[in-house]
Write a protein that binds this ligand. Structure first.
Ligand code: IPM
Ligand code: MG
Length: 368
């Protein structure tokens, strides 16, 4: 029996509902492969501010560092948007956690399930066959650059976009490696026609090309990339971006997959990896048992593949999600005109279906 310590950060809003099912999926699938888990729950975001005044309490960071992997729900609360003068925000907790764990690479697969082709607002012919792997730089760029602040009595505000060569180099290498093992094409996104930091970005990526002769590199301006993504998503395979461009483009790309509620992500650095759905805390639907738990469940599959060296368990979880969709079950956010109203499920029922299918696939039974 292999034992893992997983730190669970439910965070805010729908975070608890969805991580509960991530935990159950991991436990259920792991049991078939001799994996067992200790789950430690810690606070992050608004929940942490309420309890301790700090969006990333020391205890949370310490527990994450001592774990084999971290499962995160979502953070954020409308309270802060209504009170913009508040200096402490939930998002600071997530950013400090990324920095504190050295998670410089955010990997976001745009994985399409055939069953959901009609849930996208884009035409089936445009999206069918799309399979994109984003590498978003996560601990640099305008999210962290100094100086930032206000001047002239608060009437002028500024942020700074900074990239050092080593920051670009280390994530670019990850993207090149992925491209090498996939379709051997890498799109690097920048705004080198305007920004100096983007010119450095392009230089560093270009300088790596002799080390990866089999990979074709396409440098693309971010505005064009935003357009090409919905015009012809199939031209992309591995996409490399800076922090903010990646934040924006991956939300856009989520619509190719039908819903933000389906996309998982892995944040990787030197040691502990963090796994989370790319959706937010969705305070408008929190506590109503309608949130889609599948992105979080799929994030546990990424955890198995990337951090726990348990790809068979990861595949079992993905196969179970696929089977649930094939059986016609949907949460509200991914239902379409063809969906049988009897098969529109809440969070709990959807989670239970995934567990049932994990059992039936692992035991090679046909589910009832
Ligand atoms: C994301 C989110 C975060 C980000 C927010 C919550 C700080 O949008 O993970 O994509 O901008 O990185
Ligand atoms: Mg985002």
């Amino acid at each position: 029996m292999k034992q893992f310590n997983i730190c669970v950060l439910a965070g805010d809003g729908i975070g608890k509902e969805v991580t509960d099912w991530g935990v159950k999926a991991l436990e259920t699938a792991g049991r078939y492969h001799e994996l067992s888990f200790n789950f430690h729950h810690e606070l992050l975001g608004h929940a942490a501010i309420q309890a301790t005044g700090n969006p990333l309490p020391d205890a949370t960071l310490e527990r994450c560092k001592a774990s084999d992997a971290v499962l995160l729900g979502a953070i954020g609360d409308p309270h802060y948007d209504l009170n913009p003068h508040l200096k402490v925000r939930p998002e600071q907790g997530l950013l400090a956690l990324r920095k504190g764990l050295g998670l410089f690479a955010n990997i976001r697969p745009i994985l399409l399930f055939d069953e959901l082709l009609d849930a996208s607002s884009l035409k089936r012919a445009v999206i069918q066959g799309t399979d994109i792997l984003f590498f978003r730089e996560l601990t640099g760029g305008i999210y962290f650059g100094e100086p930032r602040g206000r001047k002239l009595n608060g009437t002028v505000a500024y942020d700074t976009k900074v990239y050092a060569k080593y920051e670009v180099d280390r994530i670019a290498r990850m993207a090149f490696e992925a491209a090498k093992s996939r379709k051997k094409i890498l799109h690097s996104v920048d705004k080198a026609n305007v920004l100096e930091s983007s010119r450095l970005w392009r230089e560093v990526v270009q300088d790596l090309t002799p080390e990866y002769p089999e990979v074709e590199v396409v440098h693309m301006y971010v505005d064009n990339a935003a357009m090409q993504l919905i015009k012809n998503p199939k031209q992309f395979d591995v996409v490399l971006t800076g922090n903010m461009f990646g934040d924006i483009l991956t939300d856009e790309a989520s619509q190719i997959a039908g819903s933000l509620g389906m996309l998982a992500s892995a944040s990787i650095g030197n040691e502990v990896g963090l796994f989370e759905p790319i959706h937010g805390s969705a305070p408008d639907i929190a506590g109503q048992n309608i949130a889609n738990p599948l992105a979080t469940i799929l994030s546990t599959a990424l955890m198995c593949n990337r951090s726990l060296n348990a790809p068979t368990t990861g595949q079992l979880i993905i196969d179970a999600v696929d089977a649930v969709l094939k059986a016609g079950y949907r949460t509200k956010d991914i239902m379409g005109p063809q969906t049988d109203p009897q098969k529109v499920l809440g969070t709990h029922k959807m989670g239970e279906q995934v567990l049932n299918h994990i059992h039936s696939i692992a035991e090679k039974n046909v589910p009832a």
